[in-house]
Design a protein around this ligand. Structure first.
Ligand code: UT7
Length: 335
């Protein structure tokens, strides 16, 4: 019986720091509002000409994860790439990573589950390993949000929250029972697909049509978010799916050594922390520095927590995410 474990972690964020004050020069917003509602102080944005893109950042994070796993590209059997902001409409970023890293003609699978993308991707990797099909899976979450945000007052409810970056994990076969990825739990509720979405261009509203309409108000190619509705659903689903994971493994909140929530909003993380009565050192947050990086947020946070020595052998680590779709999920890991 195979199990899977995370054998290496890495992350990369662009150098360009964009503070709340920087944003207030582009739109009607301010540091106080952003910090009070979201906890975010600054985020990273790709700068034109810095060479970064979703796949390039993914490669940078992946190289670090591989090195820490003490593996080479030849050891990887599958790439699972999660993003909502691929470099191209198609193909997805997985094949770009495969090419840029000079990998064999291994399969590359793209995951489109937005903020839950990394948890979905880890679950996919875990299943391929547990069935014995693959030994090492490279999982990447990467986002280039800044290239697609409405950086005017019209878009401030969305654009102040999101940032760019990438995180990666190598998931490796193990035969140690009761260790590694113990279980993953995934959900979706398409009834709310439009509450956090980017509708166009899409196959029923294609580019020439949008150009012909010349829209000025309801611009369909900027992301839309019904913030309060998303917030209310997020706090409920985060708690449900963490409980589901704990119960499946006969664990309770006191057993959690480290909760790494998707960095959606510091207020959401704090709400979840209170619900599970967790102390500050049981929950890792870095949204203050990076904003919400969607599929990249959990692997960036996991990688930073590990670098800072906050995750140790034998720890129970819980990953939990909620986002567009709606989709949500958790992973329970015995490190
Ligand atoms: O990661 C995927 C999941 N995403 C989330 O979990 C995000 C969940 N939602 C949220 O985090 C919050 O809803 C937001 C941070 C997005 C917004 O906070 P809110 O407390 O729900 O604010 P709101 O949208 O109700 O807006 C309150 C006011 C409005 O003004 P009026 O109508 O009261 O005059 C907005 O126009 O704040 C205004 N506002 C802003 N003001 C300054 C909205 N955005 C901004 C801004 N700066 N950036």
């Amino acid at each position: 019986m195979y199990t899977s474990k995370i054998s290496g972690l890495g992350h990369y964020v662009p150098e360009n720091i964009v503070t709340n004050n920087d944003l207030s020069k582009m739109m009607d917003t301010n540091d106080e509002w952003i910090q009070e509602r979201t906890g975010i102080k600054e985020r990273r944005h790709i700068k034109k000409g810095d060479g970064n893109s979703t796949s390039v950042m993914g490669v940078k994070a992946a190289k670090i994860a591989l090195e820490r796993a003490e593996l080479t590209t030849d050891d990887i059997d599958l790439i699972v790439f999660a993003t909502l902001s691929p470099d191209m409409y198609f193909p997805g970023g997985g094949v770009q990573v495969q090419e840029m890293m000079g990998m064999r003609t291994i399969p590359a699978l793209d995951i489109r589950n937005q903020c839950s993308g990394f948890v979905y991707a880890i679950s996919v990797a875990d299943q391929f390993i547990k069935t014995g099909m693959y030994k090492n899976v490279l999982v990447i979450g990467s986002e280039n949000h800044s290239g697609g945000l409405d950086m005017t007052t019209r878009g401030r409810g969305v654009s102040v929250i999101f940032g760019d970056g990438a995180g990666a994990a190598v998931v490796t076969r193990s035969e140690e029972e009761g260790r590694g990825i113990l279980s993953t739990h995934l959900h979706s509720e398409g009834a709310h697909a439009k509450e956090l979405s980017l509708e166009g261009p899409n196959t029923s509203h294609w580019v020439p049509e949008i150009i012909a309409e010349n829209p000025t108000e309801n611009i369909p190619y900027y992301p839309y978010m019904n913030g309060q509705f998303v917030f209310k659903n997020a706090v409920v689903r985060f708690s449900e799916v963490i409980n589901e994971g704990l119960q499946a493994n006969n664990l309770s909140a006191v057993d959690i050594n480290m909760l790494i929530p998707h960095q959606a909003n510091l207020r959401i993380s704090q709400f979840v922390q209170r619900q599970f009565k967790l102390s500050d050192d049981q929950v890792f947050n870095n949204i203050q520095k990076y904003g919400n990086t969607t599929a990249a947020s959990i692997p960036i946070a996991l990688s930073e927590a590990w670098e800072q020595g906050k995750i140790k052998e034998g720890d129970v680590v819980v990953l939990a995410a909620f986002g567009s779709g709606f989709t949500w999920g958790s992973a329970i890991i015995k490190w």
